[in-house]
Design a protein. Structure first.
Lengths: 469, 228
């Protein structure tokens, strides 16, 4: 339900991604709004310029005679509120005759625009062009009228103001977009940090419960009033925990009741058989009763191991302490060394420093189970290797024999109870590895089977305890 | 030896009583926690046997009640609840030993004697002397006929356990619990005990005329005091 391992922190954050996407959207929105404003505004300014030019052109067109046009142009140039541009030239771009006739060279060229090549090449109608003003080229929009006598009249409006306004708007758009983006990043980052903090609190809680170090299964997440979405999540998680705690309690109770109901009659039966054996009329009868006792002990052992396995699954990590796994391994190895010896094999122990959080007696039983299996499969003259230590991946314990091993396809199934694997064919009761898995799972360790080439290597991997790591 | 068995299964209790009487152990029966407390406080028993799931409660409560009355009779829990966790709980709550049901009579007998013997043992002897065998507890060494025995630490623990219960049966389960130091519930099969005992026997008995270590098939081992 929750991440069981605090080190499995996500490398990508959904909140960070959301924050970036939101910032991009907000920044982009501001940028595109400003751009749209720029487009609309520059079009409006341009339309205004066009209207002014059109109005002036139409007014001047009414004066057909070049001399009248000349007068109008000269007058218009003097009016301060007519910020229009004019050019009145012959088709060749020279000063018109009517102007030359005035004998006043100061009015030539007529107008305030030079006769650019575009102007001369164009026919009557609208024209967009650039004219030099000092060192710069300034865009302008104009209208050309051709007089019946052949002279050309250009009325134009500089678009410098339009351009300036547009540039300012563009700067505003980009700056606004950027500022908006930065603001959005800050807001999103703050929001995601706040959300993350609450999520992390939930994750930490889940880790604690998952580890069940101090009976954490009894703990519950806080619910605030009024509840928000996280409190709603907490409510659901709490309900799930209630259910899990209930199931675990049921499992433990079931195991206890099973044990009591099953073992009480078994105990009575065993006692009766023993008394019958003591009073057996013949040696055959005594032997048969002895066999029956062995069978009872065997089934009792199976029931007990089964209950032990189910209890592991139904228990948290209450009572766990710091355990010197190397010492546990060495102690157990001492006990099994003679057993391996009777199989004409050698037990090689390499107990490097290995500290784990767990229950020593359970871990000892795990090592015993593994050594028991290994001693059964070790060929004469081979070595059974038991090693503990610490690597980058954590604390490890390995048991290795040179026996037939387990084919890769059967390795996972070997941990299931009563699988006809290697154990059962050579006298194991088929619960050894199931018990190992149950204990390992309860501790939060992992166990896997590997090919020792040849033989079987069982690898148990445990996290390095936080206090010492 | 007098034993009070607090057990609600009357059939089982009576069978145990009649089976142990010929072996010199008198067994009285109490069927409830309350009855057990009254009987144990009234008479002086050598050992209490406590079932756990009794009609009026948890059998281990007998012990708590008795300790309050300053009755210090040693106790052995005898229960169907026999997983490691149960045994740990039992030992933490003050029983001296814990045996799961179903059980072998010989196992129960051996453990009753062991509990009784431990309760009455001299607190801290330095050396156990059995015939020509000397077991030095502090230095963890042993000698036979003046010759030191070269024992591993496991072998010494085993010899010490056998010596502490000289002439009494020490079962395989007891050896596992006491020698390996693991909590009861550890049950790796008996072969591992047998090979360890045979190792010890090689050093203890092989070079000597008189054999001390005796095997009882299906039950366990006895270290016999040599008859002179």
């Amino acid at each position: 339900m929750c991440s069981a391992d605090p080190r499995s922190e996500p490398r990508r954050s959904a909140f960070t991604r959301l924050a970036v996407v939101l910032s991009l959207i907000i920044g982009g929105f501001i940028l595109s709004s400003a751009t749209a404003l720029y487009v609309v505004a520059s079009r409006a300014l341009e339309a205004e310029a066009r209207a002014l030019v059109a109005q002036e052109s139409r007014r001047l067109e009414r004066f057909k005679a070049p001399v009248d046009v000349l007068d109008q142009v000269l007058r218009a140039r003097r009016a301060p509120d007519r910020p229009l541009l004019y050019a009145f030239v012959t088709p060749e771009g020279a000063c018109p005759d009517v102007a030359m006739a005035r004998n006043d060279m100061r009015i030539c060229p007529v107008g305030n625009l030079p006769a650019t090549p575009e102007l001369l090449a164009a026919t009557a109608g609208w024209i967009a062009f650039d004219y030099p003003s000092g060192a710069a080229l300034i865009p302008a929009l104009g209208r050309i009228t051709v007089l019946p006598s052949g002279e050309r009249l250009l009325v134009a409006r500089s678009l410098a103001a339009v351009r300036d306004a547009s540039e300012r708007l563009l700067v505003l758009a980009v700056a606004g977009g950027a500022v908006g983006f930065v603001l959005a990043v800050i807001v999103a980052a703050t929001a995601s940090r706040l959300l993350l903090r609450r999520l992390q609190a939930i994750n930490r809680f889940c880790d604690d419960v998952g580890h069940g170090d101090q009976g954490e299964l009894g703990r519950r997440l806080p619910i605030r009033v009024p509840p928000d979405e996280f409190d709603s999540l907490n409510t659901h998680l709490n309900a799930m925990l209630d259910r899990i705690a209930q199931l675990m309690a049921n499992a433990r109770q079931f195991a206890d009741v099973t044990a009591h109901e099953l073992k009480t009659p078994l105990a009575r039966l065993r006692l009766r058989l023993e008394r019958a054996q003591a009073a057996a009329p013949s040696a055959e009868a005594a032997d048969a009763l002895a066999d029956a006792l062995v069978e009872i002990d065997l089934s009792n052992h199976l029931v007990r191991t089964f209950l032990e396995i189910s209890r592991q699954a139904a228990s948290d990590r209450r009572g766990f302490t710091t355990v010197d796994l190397a010492a546990v391994a060495t102690d157990t190895a001492q006990l099994y060394e003679p057993l391996v010896d009777t199989a004409d094999a050698e037990l090689v122990v390499d107990a490097g420093p290995a500290t784990v959080i767990g229950e020593a007696s359970l871990l000892g039983q795990v090592v015993a189970n593994l050594l028991d299996n290994a001693s059964r499969h070790a060929p004469p003259g081979s070595a059974v290797r038991l090693a503990t230590g610490r690597s980058a991946a954590g604390v490890f314990l390995t048991v290795e024999d040179r026996g037939p091993g387990i084919p890769p396809a059967d390795r996972e199934r070997a941990f299931e109870p009563f699988v006809a694997g290697v154990a059962s064919t050579t006298g194991g009761h088929g619960l050894g590895l199931a018990f190992v898995r149950a204990v390992v799972d309860r501790h939060g360790f992992t166990v896997r089977l590997e090919d020792a080439e040849p033989g079987l290597r069982v690898v148990i991997q445990a996290p390095i305890p936080e206090a010492t790591g | 030896m007098r034993v009070l068995m607090v057990e609600d299964d009357a059939t089982l209790a009576n069978d145990v009583a009649s089976a142990l009487r010929p072996r010199g152990i008198e067994v009285d029966v109490a069927e409830t926690v309350a009855d057990g407390v009254v009987k144990a406080a009234a008479a002086s028993y050598d050992v209490l046997v406590l079932d756990r799931m009794l009609p009026d409660g948890e059998g281990l409560d007998v012990l708590i009640e008795l300790r309050r009355l300053e009755v210090l009779t040693p106790a052995l829990a005898l229960s169907a609840l026999a997983e490691t966790a149960h045994k740990v709980e039992g030992l933490e709550r003050g029983v001296d030993d814990y045996l799961g049901k179903p059980f072998a009579l010989s196992e129960l007998e051996a453990r009753l004697r062991a509990v009784h013997r431990r309760a009455n043992a001299q607190p801290h002897p330095e050396v156990l002397v059995i015939g020509d065998l000397e077991v030095w507890l502090k230095s963890e060494t042993a000698a036979r006929g003046g010759q030191p025995l070269r024992l591993t630490s496991n072998e010494f623990k085993l010899l010490r356990l056998l010596a502490e219960h000289v002439d009494d049966v020490v079962t395989r389960a007891m050896i596992l619990e006491r020698v390996l130091g693991y909590r009861p519930g550890f049950d790796p099969g008996s072969t591992v005990v047998d090979v360890n005992v045979s190792r010890l026997r090689k050093k203890l008995d092989q070079p000597f005329e008189a054999k001390m270590l005796e095997t009882l098939p299906r039950t366990g081992y006895v270290l016999r005091r040599p008859t002179i």
